[in-house]
Every structure is written in structure tokens, then in C-alpha cells.
Design a protein around this ligand. Structure first.
Ligand code: PLP
Length: 393
């Protein structure tokens, strides 16, 4: 016998990867330069030189030590460096004993949800949202509750979130800078959110954990990215180096259980338990030590910023509507018909690969990942023009 829930999950196509796989096949058929692949969020800038130097330095060390197991939550020296970084960068005295190294934000969120929820609880997300939140919430035995973002700003709708909260709510996941929309949550909005959550905690006599999913913290175009634990007490940060250091396939990130949480030690112990239960222990050791040497290395966002300018200027000229992105490397574009799946299918006829909004919990939009070659964006403009014209004729 197999587990039916797991079978269904394995068999269900992930829309982003499905489109990405279609693009790979299409590129083999007609040549990569003829396919405008906006499907996946793979960073298009190389990892900074400091990362490569750190690899070299570490690999020159004792080969036994380089590849050894660490403690389950990670190498204590690495966790200390991460805690020091949080303390200096955000002015929040952080303890190494509240940092858990993970294989990227994916395992960080999966662990966190299992650690702080009980089966039957509810987890609120702001729609549109990263589709895997649904998977990790269900794996923790919880129900996913969607609170739509405010349009056209795509900031959290505090009233909608408040209405979604019940006596079973265990957590709210937020993601700023945001995938898929590119919005950044302002400090004013986060303070309003925090006040409302604190009031609901008091009213319900129950903790509501704020999970700050932060793979794009470093990918912003001038906007201030407030540090959520400084605003709301019951916060757990799920951080990733996938995008900030262009290391998505290397799988490295961390969980930080805010030191402001009254029983942070207890929450952290549950994080360790969930990590153990899920088999997410001892994150890749070489990567732990590489990122510990690169915590202050700035992300190179120039290429993304240039792409953002070219893409938004080009699409604006052609009459497309979209959300002006302040961070991450995604553009949220209004489909030219109500059915985003049909629009994405029609776009394929022009070799444009655009992810329909449905799996992000929204209707009538497509997501464009613009972490691609600048030339692909430039070359894709006639295809966008022809696509728009096909709706006029
Ligand atoms: N959360 C969001 C919003 C993402 O966009 C991604 C990856 O694209 C993840 C989490 C998972 O990131 P990681 O590669 O660190 O597992």
C-alpha cells in the first residue's frame, strides 16, 4: 500500500515546473533563442566572488572535517555568526540557540508549520501566494485559509485577515518582497497587521505565529524592508540564500525563532523536534560554512533592476496592465482574458511562457519571472505585441 495523499501530491503537476519542462523541450525543438521563458525563478546572476572564494577556502581544509555531520540544527559556529548578523543588521539581540540551519526556505517553512501547529489548525496566507504553502500546510495536518490581498496595491488586507482568524488559527504566512506579485509590505501596514494580531491573540487567548518567509529580503529596488521580528513579537523568520547569493540548487537557509517570543526556547525545541521528525537535520555542511562567511555580502540586483525597467517599459507601451514591482524578480501582469490558463495557452503560440495565476490562488493574472537574460526580454517584445494584437482582431 502507498499513502494516497503522497501519491496524489507526487502525481499532481506543479504548474511552474510543468511550464518550465515544456520550455526545455520547446527550446530543443526550435532553439533556445526562440523561446521566451518567463516560467521559473532561477537567479540569472552568478554567485558573488566571495562565495566562490569561500568554497575554495573550505575545500582546502581537512577533507574529513569539511564533510562531517554537524549538530542537527547546524554548526554552532555558523549559527553564532547568523545570530550576530541578525543582531547587527536589525538591532535585535539574537541567540545562536534560536537559529536552525535548513535546506532553503522550503524546509524552513515545512519545519516551522509542523512545529507550531497541531492537526486541525488553520494557517492563513495572503492570496496570491507561493503555491507550496498549500503543500506544507496540509503536511502539517492543517487547513489553508486564503485572505485576498488588497488590489491594486497587493498589500495585506488587514480586515480580510482579521475575518479569517478563528479559534483554530495557528499562523499567518507573509512574504515580502513578494512572489508572485513583487510587492513590498510597508512598515505602516506591518504595524497595523501586528496590532490586529496582538489584539486577536489577547481576545482568543491563543498565540498566532507570524511566519515571515524571506527569500527575497535582499532583492529590492530601493524600498525599505522592515524586519518583522522588530514589529510583531510572535515571529519566526524563514530565510533562504537561494536568491540573495544565487545558490538555489545548493539548498541552504535558516529558521530564526525571534528572541522576543516569551517562550522562544520551547518554540525552538519544537522546531528541533519537527526537523527531526521530517528528517531535515544537519543542513548541507559545506554550504552552512560558505554562507557563514558571506552573511554581509550584498546581493547583485543590478541585472534584475535593468530587466525590470526594460520589461515594464516595453509592456506599458503595448498596453499591458501590471503591478509595479518593488522587489523580488516577478512581474504580475493582467491576463487579456478572464481565464488565465487560456491566456497562458495562447501565449505559448507566440513562444511566451507565462505562469497562470490560478495555482497562486488568484484568477485572471500571469506571473513573469524576469530573472532571465536581458536579450530574451528585448527579443520577446514582438511576441507580446502579437499576443496583444491577437485579442484585438
Ligand atoms: N518561498 C517563496 C516565496 C519562494 O519564492 C521560494 C522559492 O522560489 C521559496 C519559499 C523556497 O525557496 P528555497 O529555494 O529557499 O527553498
Amino acid at each position: 500500500m502507498i499513502n494516497q495523499q503522497m501519491y496524489d501530491l507526487g502525481a499532481e503537476p506543479n504548474k511552474i515546473r510543468e511550464l518550465f519542462a515544456y520550455g526545455e523541450a520547446r527550446k530543443r525543438e526550435i532553439g533556445a533563442q526562440n523561446v521566451y521563458d518567463y516560467s521559473i525563478g532561477n537567479p540569472s546572476v552568478p554567485a558573488p566572488q566571495q562565495v566562490l572564494d569561500a568554497f575554495d577556502e573550505l575545500l582546502a581544509d581537512d577533507p574529513v572535517v569539511v564533510h562531517e555531520y554537524t549538530q542537527s540544527p547546524g554548526d554552532i559556529n555558523v549559527r553564532t555568526k547568523v545570530a550576530e548578523h541578525i543582531t547587527t543588521a536589525f538591532g535585535l539581540p539574537a541567540k545562536a540557540s534560536h537559529v536552525y540551519m535548513t535546506s532553503g526556505a522550503s524546509s524552513a517553512i515545512a519545519i516551522t508549520l509542523c512545529a507550531i501547529s497541531n492537526p486541525g489548525d488553520e494557517v492563513i496566507v495572503i492570496a496570491p501566494f507561493f503555491p507550496e504553502y498549500r503543500t506544507w500546510t496540509h503536511t502539517a495536518g492543517c487547513t489553508l485559509i486564503e485572505a485576498p490581498a488588497l488590489e491594486p496595491s497587493f498589500q495585506p488586507d488587514i480586515e480580510a485577515i482579521e475575518q479569517a482568524i478563528t479559534e483554530r488559527t495557528s499562523a499567518l504566512i507573509i512574504n515580502s518582497p513578494n512572489n508572485p506579485v513583487g510587492s513590498v509590505y510597508s512598515e505602516v501596514v506591518l504595524r497595523e497587521l501586528s496590532d490586529m494580531l496582538a489584539r486577536k491573540e489577547e481576545e482568543l487567548g491563543r498565540r498566532i505565529m507570524l511566519i515571515a518567509d524571506e527569500p527575497y529580503r535582499e532583492i529590492a529596488y530601493g524600498a525599505d524592508i522592515p524586519y518583522v521580528p522588530n514589529i510583531y513579537t510572535d515571529t519566526i523568520v524563514c530565510y533562504s540564500f537561494s536568491k540573495s547569493l544565487s545558490l538555489p540548487g545548493e539548498r541552504i537557509g535558516y529558521i530564526y525563532v525571534s528572541d522576543r517570543i516569551a517562550d522562544a526556547d520551547v518554540v525552538f525545541t519544537a522546531v528541533c523536534g519537527a526537523g527531526r521528525a521530517l528528517g531535515y537535520i544537519c543542513a548541507p555542511v559545506l554550504l552552512q560554512r560558505v554562507v557563514a562567511k558571506c552573511l554581509d555580502v550584498p546581493s547583485d540586483v543590478r541585472a534584475y533592476e535593468e530587466n525590470r525597467e526594460i520589461l515594464t517599459a516595453g509592456l506599458r507601451k503595448l498596453g499591458y496592465e501590471f503591478v509595479e514591482p518593488e522587489g523580488a524578480f516577478y512581474l504580475w501582469v493582467k491576463a487579456l482574458e478572464p481565464d488565465a490558463v487560456a491566456f497562458s495557452e495562447r501565449a505559448k503560440q507566440y513562444e511566451l511562457l507565462l505562469v497562470p495565476s490560478d495555482s497562486f490562488g488568484a484568477k485572471g493574472w500571469v506571473r513573469l519571472s524576469y530573472c532571465i537574460a536581458r536579450k530574451t526580454i528585448e527579443d520577446s517584445m514582438p511576441a507580446f505585441k502579437a499576443l496583444a494584437e491577437s485579442y484585438r482582431s
